[in-house]
Design a protein around this ligand. Structure first.
Ligand SMILES: *Cc1c(COP(=O)(O)O)cnc(C)c1O
Length: 384
């Protein structure tokens, strides 16, 4: 499957190229951890190929080396991100870890643009993977790209303030340094960072790609050579995605364009109503303020943040009164989820880091689901 098809067609049919040969309609879930060896010499050659980072082999040998069910999800997501290849992991953080482990010893400085997902921020700050983070503004990237820098990390729209970072400008400023864009919020339906010059696209597939809040996973879309390195790392460190999760995420991709557009329509209407409501102090939603936007995102997405004057206490009261929306972290599910970043997702970033990312105690983040807009509005309005 490639670019000659429309996007919805790609989403429905991607990664299913071997089903005809198998004589099945739904992708089989292959739960094998090991695979019978018919010929020892052939198996040795397959082992070598997989250890080198090949995406396919005549025999998978062992499920940490290759999972046919995961491979289908990888091929499907690669097509949607306009990528040569994609490599799936057990979670978004496992995917990020593999990327961070893939840089040479003399290039272990990472430039990060805040705010990022709280877990990403905390992992970079922790020093755990022998990376040294330097926090920069977008206009400082060009001068900050010294020879020790191996990666630039950005997220757009930002989490949880929903500002758009100009991805093409970041990639131009980074020069030869690879840029990783966390595309979890936008999804490839709205934004394809590789087409803008990024080297890596990261997804927490737990969110929109899976889309139903029932499986944890991560995936990185990139070029063939970088994917090979990531597969080598995945074999060594074992951050693999379980085939059942891979099946669910692959299935999720089929409805991704339809889900994202439906949730976006609902979110855009809710954002307008929040903005017109005097009980809400500030609304964060792409394009709402009327300021010029980079042209990278084909739409506005389904994430909204609002400020309610009154800090954590008012946020807790608001969240406690919701009846349809669920107070919970995570996002991108069929149902609406509401959370307080300062208490939860961005807790470990610390107060100073949150101040730098302009994440106040008043801020509440909403992941709009697929419910009827009038029901959601009544729920939010009653809770206010
Ligand atoms: C959830 C999330 C992650 C981490 O993904 P996990 O699947 O929870 O490990 C990374 N980036 C963003 C933007 C996220 O929302």
């Amino acid at each position: 499957m490639d670019g000659e098809f429309g996007y919805r067609t790609l989403a429905v049919h991607g990664g299913r190229d071997d089903l005809g040969r198998l004589g099945v309609h739904a992708p089989p879930i292959d739960l094998s951890t090991t695979y019978p060896i018919a010929d020892l010499r052939d198996a040795g050659a397959a082992f070598d190929a997989l250890a080198e980072g090949e995406a396919e082999a005549a025999n998978p040998i062992y499920a940490r080396l290759l999972s046919p069910t995961c491979a289908r999800f990888e091929r499907a997501l690669a097509a949607l991100e306009s990528a040569e290849d994609a490599v799936a992991f057990g979670s978004g953080m496992a995917a990020l870890t593999a990327v961070l482990l893939s840089f040479p010893d003399d290039r272990r400085t990472v430039l990060g643009v805040r705010p990022l997902y709280g877990g990403t921020d905390h992992l970079l700050e922790s020093g755990l993977l022998a990376v040294d983070v330097r926090w920069v503004e977008v206009d400082q990237i060009a001068s900050a790209c010294t020879p020790d820098v191996g990666l630039v990390i950005v997220e757009s729209p930002t989490n949880p303030t929903l500002e758009e970072v100009d991805i093409a400008a970041v990639c131009a400023a980074a020069g030869g340094v690879p840029v990783l864009v966390d595309n979890t919020f936008a999804t490839p339906v709205l934004q394809r960072p590789l087409e803008l010059g990024a080297a890596f696209v990261l997804h927490s597939a737990t969110k929109y790609l899976g889309g139903h809040g029932d499986a944890l996973g991560g995936i990185v879309a990139t070029d063939g050579e970088r994917a090979r390195r990531l597969r080598q790392t995945r074999i060594l460190t074992g951050g693999v995605l379980h085939p059942l999760g891979a099946y669910l995420m692959h299935r999720g991709l089929a409805t991704l364009p339809v889900r994202v557009r439906a949730a976006e329509a609902c979110a855009a209407e809710l954002a307008r109503r929040f903005a017109a409501d005097p009980r809400v102090d500030r609304v964060y939603y792409p394009g709402l303020a009327g300021a010029p936007r980079p042209s990278q995102m084909d739409g506005t997405g389904a994430m909204i943040s609002i400020d309610l004057d009154g800090g954590t206490e008012r946020a807790a009261a608001f969240m406690g009164r919701l009846e349809i929306a669920t107070p919970a972290v995570s996002l991108g599910s069929v149902d609406t989820l509401v959370q307080h970043p300062a208490s939860l997702t961005h807790r470990l970033v610390g107060e100073a880091g949150r101040r730098e990312g302009e994440i106040s105690d008043d801020l509440i983040r909403i992941s709009v689901g697929l419910e009827d807009v009038e029901d959601l509005w009544r729920d939010f309005s009653d809770a206010l």
